[in-house]
Design a protein around this ligand. Structure first.
Ligand code: GTP
Ligand code: MG
Ligand code: ZN
Length: 285
């Protein structure tokens, strides 16, 4: 029988088969292999022994949160407590683009901003809105519509409001949410495990937040190609990396304010963590 892993406990998995959720063990040889199961994995179950025989090939997999076979990433980003972090947004966007996962952004905690503070971030928010679908977390009816026929993982810093958003979407969930530490102005890793929920005609994965994001070992051109607005400004040099090439249209667009400066700076810093073509290329997976 085929099923889908909805939760991973220490050495058991919860697997959904049709409408039923069963608890399964991993077969010894699977345990011995390096391929560890992830929430979202499609698996073959031996139903007489309740054992996972095989993990089916993955469409994609993320490192943090550790999930597989995702179609959509809902980036949950607070505007305050924790502070709006465009570096984190751009890192996650690159990770999603690289894995062919559709990004959506949900901004939270607008209510904590003064008018002046909001005016200071409105440019940033609307820039992302020109690239991707964006929502505020009080737009519950609109957000409910994005999940149909999708496998959506919520991604964001600890304390950003992922579980709170899910509770607002479906008050029956009563997921645990955490206070923000006043001293650190950030969350305390309230959600400990990835959990897959079946809601709004799709699957939604709540995930533990992070305070720092590991980054894929990507090639520099893969990082470049994940910045989806760059091709709108064609450079004379076709393989332009938009660093210091002559007549670079991307750099010109940054100077003119057409590309968000912080996003370009984040691009340059992500390039530094990536492999150039002549370096040995090894993907950590
Ligand atoms: N003022 C305000 N507080 C919010 C909002 N959204 C969430 N919070 C609060 O932020 C705190 C953290 O929310 P959680 O939902 O636990 O955050 P999380 O992203 O699930 O955090 P982890 O599970 O640690 O990854 C809680 O005290 C929430 O009540 C919001 O829109 N406005
Ligand atoms: Mg949570
Ligand atoms: Zn260029």
């Amino acid at each position: 029988m085929e099923g889908i892993i909805t939760k991973i406990l220490s050495d058991k998995c919860e697997v959904k088969i049709d409408k039923e959720v069963v608890t399964c063990n991993l077969r010894g040889k699977l345990k011995a292999s390096k391929l560890l199961p992830l929430v979202g994995d499609r698996v073959i179950i031996n139903t007489s022994e309740m054992i996972i025989e095989k993990i089916l090939p993955r469409k994609n997999e993320l490192i943090r949160p550790k999930v597989a076979n995702i179609s959509q990433g809902l980036i949950v980003q607070s505007l305050k407590n924790p502070l709006l972090d465009t570096n984190l947004i751009d890192k996650i966007l690159v990770e999603l683009e690289f894995n062919n996962i559709k990004p959506i952004i949900c901004f939270t905690k607008k209510d904590l901003l003064t008018d002046e503070e909001y005016q200071n971030v409105i440019n940033i928010i609307s820039y992302y809105g020109s690239l991707y679908p964006i929502y505020y977390n009080d737009e519950i009816d609109k957000i409910k519509k994005i999940f149909k026929n999708e496998v959506t993982v919520l991604i964001g810093q600890t304390g950003a409001g992922k579980s709170t958003l899910l509770n607002k979407l479906d008050p029956n969930l009563s997921l645990q949410t955490g206070e923000i530490s006043l001293a650190l102005s950030r969350g305390k890793h309230t959600t400990r495990h990835v959990t897959m929920l079946e809601l709004f005609d799709g699957f939604i994965l709540d995930s533990p937040g992070f305070s720092a994001l590991d980054f894929y070992n990507m090639r520099q051109i893969e990082v470049r190609d994940a910045f989806i607005e760059f091709p709108k400004y064609p450079c004379p040099y076709r393989d332009c990396m938009h660093i210091n090439e002559n007549d670079c249209q991307v750099k010109e667009a940054v100077d003119k304010g057409l590309i968000l400066k912080s996003r370009y700076d984040n691009y340059l810093s992500l390039l530094k963590t990536a492999y150039s073509e002549n370096e040995k290329y090894k993907r950590r997976m």
